[in-house]
Design a protein around this ligand. Structure first.
Ligand code: FES
Length: 135
């Protein structure tokens, strides 16, 4: 039995929105505990919230993505797309690269960004990927 996973070519404006989920409660290895609003996950969220997100991308804070030992953690999801959990994101170093990867993800109909096109934090930081849940 073969499965056709091909997607028709879609213009970027025709693609459904993608969501960047940010764990607000993440800590980072080697970073001492701080107050809740200064946890590295919250700091990452604050850094992303003041940036221009790629068109069609929503930002959402969540509490714990079950990747606590490899924070900061984010996840990418979108209708019809693979979802990704990404760890070891450093708010002081990776915001630009993360947004670059998010833009590539939003521009792909199936959520699969070619390996070589992925920024390093996404190539090295992916913890898990989950296929799209077709309804
Ligand atoms: S606290 Fe961030 S993944 Fe658990």
């Amino acid at each position: 039995m073969s499965v056709d996973t091909a997607k028709p070519d879609l213009a970027p404006d025709d693609l459904p929105p993608a969501t960047l989920l940010v764990c607000l409660t993440c800590r980072q290895a080697g970073v001492p505990p701080t107050s809740d609003d200064q946890r590295p996950g919250a700091v990452l969220m604050q850094a992303l919230a003041v940036r221009d997100l790629p068109a069609g991308v929503r930002l959402r804070g969540v509490e714990c993505l079950s990747n606590c030992s490899r924070g900061c953690t984010v996840a990418l999801s979108g209708a019809g797309r693979w979802s990704y959990v990404i760890g070891t994101v450093d708010p002081a170093q990776h915001v630009d690269a993360l947004l670059e990867g998010v833009a590539l993800y939003q521009a792909s109909a199936d959520g699969i960004v070619p390996w070589r096109a992925r920024p390093e934090i996404i190539r090295k930081g992916v913890i898990a990927r989950i296929p799209a849940m077709e309804v």
